[in-house]
Write a protein that binds this ligand. Structure first.
Ligand code: CAO
Length: 278
């Protein structure tokens, strides 16, 4: 039924009458085209409406990724030649996320009810959902058991999922069962986004575009070669912004902050990941 008292202006009454099935919102202006909400967009309406019931806790951090940029450059020719794969930053982000999840299992969990949860389910596998922008719209398949896969295996799996997503051929197995999500908006542009949790998951991360920006050399603390430069000097650095959102009903700010600090350590110094890899 229309909102009480929401009568269209006389000039719009024709448009108002052309709506075959009256909905709750008034028509704002003359309608030139209308279409039913179907397919991926319909799924997005459902999932985002469910997410709106979740109190989101947001937490952002700046990460200096010069070492990761250099590592990717160093490994790319080898990965291309030996595996015929494109090595992007995503496999490293996935690996860092999985290692950080091992230390904070509550972030690799889900709830038993959307609005009145009584139980938290902790999951063994890190099945990380990856938001993909496709010609058909947003689709979010997941990379299964990230904790057990090498960086090269992750690159191969991402390529497989991306190609199926583009063709609109992802199946139930690839779309279901995600336990944490990552959205790399940086491949399109943008430095920051506030991600929305994929219910019943309890946390998500969003990665912005890596930019070359001036930063004070002492920002990272001692031990860095750059720190030998006079501390007051600005130097160009590769800077990435990451933002995490967590379900604040069961996850507190300190937990997401500590998780993010660990994630940052792995992404900022990829060699640190070697110490944790099985
Ligand atoms: N900063 C800078 N460059 C980045 C980057 C970042 N954060 N992320 C990716 N890139 C680069 C890649 O390295 C690659 O560069 P080269 O061609 O020079 O090697 C290029 O951008 C394209 O990468 P890609 O998109 O082919 O591959 P990917 O593994 O980095 O990302 C995927 C895969 C699926 C995450 C991405 O294609 C995508 O769809 N992103 C959009 C996600 C999205 O829509 N999020 C919003 C969800 S909420 O509505």
């Amino acid at each position: 039924s229309p909102i009480p008292g929401a009568t269209p202006p006389a000039s719009l009454s024709g448009a108002w009458l052309r709506i075959p099935q009256q909905r709750d919102f008034p028509v704002l202006s003359e309608i030139v085209h209308q279409e039913p909400i179907r397919g991926l967009r319909r799924a997005m309406v459902k999932s985002m409406t469910a997410a709106a019931a979740v109190p989101h806790l947001g937490y952002g951090e700046e990460v200096l990724v010069d070492k990761l940029v250099a590592l990717r450059e160093q490994l790319t020719p080898q990965v291309t030649a030996a595996y015929q794969l494109k090595l992007t930053f995503m496999p490293f982000f996935l690996k860092a996320t999985s290692l950080a999840l091992s230390a904070f299992p509550i972030l690799n969990a889900s709830l038993d009810h959307p609005t009145e949860p009584t139980t938290i389910h902790y999951h063994k596998d890190h099945n990380i959902s990856v938001a993909m922008d496709t010609p058909h719209g947003l689709i979010v398949p997941n990379v299964k058991s990230v904790q057990e896969r090498t960086v090269v295996e992750l690159a191969a799996e991402l390529a497989r999922l991306q190609s199926l997503a583009r063709a609109g051929k992802l199946g139930e197995n690839d779309l279901g069962g995600g336990t944490f999500a990552l959205s790399n908006i940086g491949s399109i542009g943008g430095i920051y986004t506030a991600p929305v949790i994929m219910v019943p998951q309890v946390a998500i991360g969003a990665i912005g575009r890596i930019r070359r920006l001036p930063r004070y050399v002492d920002e990272e603390g001692g031990g860095d070669a750059a720190a030998e430069v006079r501390p007051e000097r600005l130097v160009p650095r590769h800077v990435l912004t990451v933002t995490f959102a967590a379900d604040h009903r069961i996850i507190d700010g300190a937990t997401i902050a500590n998780f993010c600090t660990l994630w940052k350590r792995f992404v900022q110094s990829p060699a640190q990941m070697l110490l944790e890899l099985k």
